[in-house]
Design a protein around this ligand. Structure first.
Ligand SMILES: Cc1cc2nc3c(=O)[nH]c(=O)nc-3n(C[C@H](O)[C@H](O)[C@H](O)COP(=O)(O)OP(=O)(O)OC[C@H]3O[C@@H](n4cnc5c(N)ncnc54)[C@H](O)[C@@H]3O)c2cc1C
Ligand code: FES
Length: 331
């Protein structure tokens, strides 16, 4: 059977036609043609790869319906990472062709410098690479331990432009990377991709609300450091940190140190159980209604998908638009 044409329409007007084997994956065919479309999780869990099928049809493999609700799917929304081609289609992508045209930048070899358990189910990992890694605060890298096939994504918590990368990682029972991490030690080798992702701090002076679930705090540490260092407009900034229990709280000293130099920052903690003094007992998202957020606030949500969804609902109830929330789902 002959290949099926799919046209990609980028937001800058660039149009690219690609040819896909019947039943083939859109993402693979685009990459073969030199277009590495934007993705994060690559398995239908985060929404980064959203597009709009404006003509024809794309079939989708399994995905999380909270990321692509049925009504949006019916209106033609698609997740490119799980899309398969069985008939000609035209797909609109909400980003410019220049963001994806040059293919995947090279990876570099990293070495574990330290790895320690810092809270319940939570590890702090430091990796040293040869070339400084410049990234937009909030972005992540993919990492692949030596001898492993699979890549996993982790957000940098350090400042940009360093050779030492800092990660906060939740240990997932039976998980590929988590299992490796439990045995990792200084000197362990790991391959590190170039920085990626569209969840990064926007350069405007709107008030900011950062909502973190568990290790979803990691990208916010990088963002807060960038604002504190003066690289971004200063604006009232609220950080809401929600964790499973008081024993899961981490990086409080780092946050206190940032706050000491960032007077417009307010931090709120919540733990579902065993909350220590000064920390709300319950979900972090319960606190949103009481924050009195300015309607112009730019919201950033990062953490497990159910927490991100709860956060989107809560900001809508607080009078903000869901479209004002940038989301990163750790799935
Ligand atoms: C953009 C992005 C940034 C991220 N940043 C961070 C971060 O900064 N910190 C962080 O903690 N996480 C982050 N994550 C999540 C992270 O990438 C991993 O998904 C997470 O660490 C789990 O990886 P793992 O290899 O340990 O688990 P996986 O191997 O992916 O397993 C996940 C779950 O599936 C189960 N499972 C695995 N294989 C099977 C199987 N064959 N059959 C049945 N069940 C199975 C496991 O038991 C586990 O419960 C991020 C994710 C994204 C998309
Ligand atoms: S990259 Fe497609 S849903 Fe995450």
């Amino acid at each position: 059977m002959s290949k099926i044409p799919v046209t990609l329409l980028f937001s800058d007007g660039v149009t690219q036609k690609i040819e896909v084997e019947p039943g083939g994956k859109l993402l693979d065919a685009a990459a073969e043609a030199g277009w590495t479309l934007l993705t994060d999780c690559s398995n239908g869990q985060c929404g980064t790869c959203s597009g709009q099928c404006v003509s024809g049809r794309l079939d989708l493999d399994d995905y999380d319906p909270s990321v692509l609700p049925d009504d949006e799917r019916e209106d033609g929304a698609v997740l490119c990472c799980v899309a398969r081609v069985n008939e000609p289609a035209i797909v609109e992508l909400p980003y410019e062709s220049s963001e994806v045209g040059s293919g995947e930048p090279p990876t570099q070899q990293g070495t574990v410098v330290s790895v320690e358990k810092i809270a319940e189910e939570t590890m702090r990992l430091e990796v040293e690479v040869a070339e400084p890694v410049s990234f937009l605060p909030g972005q992540y890298v993919r990492m692949r331990p030596e001898g492993q096939v699979e890549w996993r994504s982790y957000s940098m918590a350090n400042e940009t432009g360093q050779t030492r990368l800092v990660f906060f990682i939740r240990m997932v029972e039976g998980g590929v990377f988590s299992t490796w991490l439990s045995g990792a030690a200084p000197g362990s080798e790991i391959e590190v991709s170039a920085p990626r992702g569209s969840f990064f701090l926007r350069a405007d002076a709107r008030p900011r609300l950062f909502i973190a679930g568990g290790t979803g705090l990691a990208p916010f540490l990088a963002m807060l450091r960038a604002i504190r260092n003066g690289g971004y407009e200063s604006a009232p900034t609220q950080l809401l940190v929600g964790v499973r229990s008081g024993a899961h709280l981490f990086a409080r000293q780092e946050l206190d140190a940032i706050k000491a130099e960032f007077p417009e920052l307010q931090i709120h903690y919540a733990a579902e159980k065993d909350a220590p003094p000064g920390c709300h007992e319950g979900y972090g998202t319960d606190l949103i209604a009481g924050l009195g957020v300015d309607p112009k606030t730019q919201v950033y949500l990062c953490g497990p998908p159910p927490m991100v969804e709860a956060g989107r609902e809560a900001i809508a109830k607080a009078g903000l638009r869901k479209s004002d929330a940038l989301c990163e789902r750790f799935a």
